[in-house]
Design a protein around this ligand. Sequence first.
Ligand code: FES
Length: 566
Amino acid sequence: MTEKSKRGIARGLTNYGDPAFSLYLRRSFAKSMGYSSEMLARPVVGIADSKSGFNNCHRHFPELIEAVKRGVLAAGGLPIEFPTVSLGEVFLSPTSMMFRNLMSMDVEEMIRAQPMDAVVLIGGCDKTVPAQLMGAASADVPAVQLLAGPMMPTSFHGERLGACTDCRRFWALHRAGKVDSQEIETIEGNLATTAGTCAVMGTASTMASIAEALGMALPGSAAIPAVHADRLRAAEASGALAAKLAHSPIRPSQVITAKSVDNAIRVLLAIGGSTNAIIHLTAIAGRAGVSIDLKKLNELSDSTPVLVDLKPTGQYYMSDLYAAGGVGAVLRELKPLLHLDCMTVAGMTLGERLEKEPTWVDRAVVKTMGEPLSKQGGLVALFGSLAPNGAILKRSAADPKLFEKEGRAVVFTSLDDLAARIDDPGLDVTADDFMVLQNAGPKSGYAMPEAGYLPIPAKLARAGVKDMVRISDARMSGTAYGTIVLHVSPESAAGGPLALVRNGDRIRISVNKRSLELAVPESELKARKAAWKPPVGMPSRGYAKLYMEHVLQAEGGCDFDFLRKA
Ligand code: FES
């Protein structure tokens, strides 16, 4: 059998020891689904479908898949959809993060194991796009990322509401006694009202923007609302593009490179994107053999302005970004800082793409480099005795009054301890203290949940306290805000310095110096380390065991050690 004949349905035959028999059997079974010989002779475009009854953000995927199929068929390909793991952010326990790597393995292996010449990856909710890009980068079959698109905000009692920054804002008001139980129930029904991903610049919107900046999604497609007709046209165009890519040498390994990853970091910073995205981008880049150094993140952050005025740090929603010119408007503004020779799945370089685009932009939403929202990027990495391998602060979502400060540690040893004591009226805590959460990192047994946004203790919230320094090895939702230091590495459960903090210790943060220091004598820390014991009750079987044994720290993207490209 020639290489050419191994394309399409003849790729990767099931092994019965007789390739001709394998092909005959496969064609016969494919024909049982009604395909003609002519259709089976076409290049195959797989459609990785991540819809699920447990994923509200993906509820419009059947319509998107029909549009993708239209595009594939019109361009001469045969579209074949296949299901993968789906990760609905709020329906998974202990956290969707634990299953991102599982989904990435599913995507990689099903692309590789099934006969397809190219693939359209359809995802949107927080972990699904990272998982699909990680899997596609490892499989290295031509791939196009099609995004779910953001939800529309809802008009409600004279204001616009959108998941999920407004979810947190109203919950904080409810905790402070300013919104009663009946009101919060009414609001609950009006926060997320259409298909699509969270309506603000949370993790899903950040990852969609990154997919476009990397060159893995169609130009102009990241911000199109889920329910806009343009989203269906983007789906059709993605299908047609994938059918063309089936004959092309452009693979993820040509698109996800050190230069395109730099571009993606610039975009992440300019859009004031989610802290989670740095973990996901590190994992995606790692699958392509590219490392992200947090010190490099700081260099890029210092020279990349924040340009986009979206919640949770600004005022607009993703649908406004689309109307304002989309991610293309951000890329055009950043042009002097970008590597323009990066190839995209559209078959042109980033520079060629930007030359072609219309130049209209709504400056209320996308600012100029000359008059940015902030001269420096939204994310910064901190290092020091409390975080030798780094920690992340979203300075654009934090209170600058807390950036240069020393405080007394108020320690919670686990999520259960936090839940049990945070609202205890007897808790010894003031607004000037630093709240520290231990054992919420990747290997903690909780799989690094979005628990870094520690609630302000109820007695302080009622007194009007809106922000405090909060430090943990957990993550934070991209829709959250506050002076929250996350991803502390090494984590507590691995015996990092965070595990050694005790109530009353002094901690110093300096965003200027990029430092996070635990002001405890070395000898005392040594004694505490000698007495330290790892958390007990770790999973003893199945995927959870695999996860705990192989997950990397935050600076490794929380990927599995055996999945990164050597
Ligand atoms: Fe799916 Fe927010 S819950 S993107």
